[in-house]
Every structure is written in structure tokens, then in C-alpha cells.
Write a protein that binds this ligand. Sequence first.
Ligand SMILES: [Zn+2]
Length: 115
Amino acid sequence: MTSERTLERRREQLAGRLPEVGELIRGSVVERRMRCGKPSCRCQTDPDAAHGPYLLLMTTVGRGKTRTMVIPRDEARWVRGAVRRYRQLEELLESISETNWQLLKARADRGRVGR
Ligand SMILES: [Zn+2]
């Protein structure tokens, strides 16, 4: 079993890796070719004539709804980083929570044995 000291050290390490929390976005970046709205455009009938590829940011909002926006070219790098940082933060928080669960469990078990 993992010792409490080891768990505490793990928690410190995880907390030390938290990214800058202001610079993040929840969502996915996807590349997609699209049809425009013009009825006369070739893209309406010919799939090879679709425009793009465009870089899209997709985010779920509420139950089963998705919001999508075309990412401006000069924002692509920042958006990819922001999406990555969100996922890192999410994973780190989950790891910290799991570590704390184990830590609490270890203390609770020790308390029971000691009494
Ligand atoms: Zn078109």
C-alpha cells in the first residue's frame, strides 16, 4: 500500500503542474471542409468543391448541444494550446482528487486500527 507521505508528495507534484488557469477553453479543434450558402456554388453539388479546410472549435453546451465556430487563422495556435491546457487541468484535478481520496482512506484505516 502507498504510504501517506508518498501520497502527500504526489499531491504536491500534481498541484505544482497546474497550468495557467486563465488561458484555456473546453472543446475540440477539428478541421473540416464546408459548403457555403450560395445556391449557384459548385460546392452544393460537388463534394470535391467544398471550401476549406477550416479549423473549427466545437464545444458542448448543456445536454447534447454543440456550439461551433470557425477559428480565425491567427488564433489557431492559441486555441489549440487553450484546449490542451483545459484537458491537462481536468486530468490533473482528477488525479489530485483521486490522491486525496486515497490519502483520506489511509488515514481512516489507520484511525480504525489505532483505536
Ligand atoms: Zn460554395
